[in-house]
Design a protein around this ligand. Structure first.
Ligand code: SF4
Length: 77
């Protein structure tokens, strides 16, 4: 279960390993956008914490790291 009180501070995509597979942009479409075959972060304030974590989990190459507002990595754990 995801603690819904968590606030996301930063989401990072490692564009060197991103393969543009795209499930991140489907699960959290306000956060991730595929640009030139790679995911970019467009806004981390609109999608729910749950959707952003689910998007990170969906990445087949583990290219997404999610931090809380204190800079602590909340995914991957
Ligand atoms: S799911 Fe992962 S590999 Fe696919 S576009 Fe998003 S960050 Fe890139």
């Amino acid at each position: 279960m995801i603690d819904k009180s968590i606030k996301i501070g930063k989401v990072v995509v490692d564009r060197d390993i991103c393969i543009g597979a795209g499930p991140c942009a489907v699960l959290a479409p306000n956060t991730f956008k595929i640009v030139n075959g790679k995911a970019e972060i467009i806004d981390i304030t609109t999608d729910s914490v749950e959707d952003i974590i689910d998007a990170a989990k969906s990445c087949p190459v583990l290219a997404i790291t999610v931090y809380d507002e204190n800079g602590i990595v909340i995914y991957p754990k």
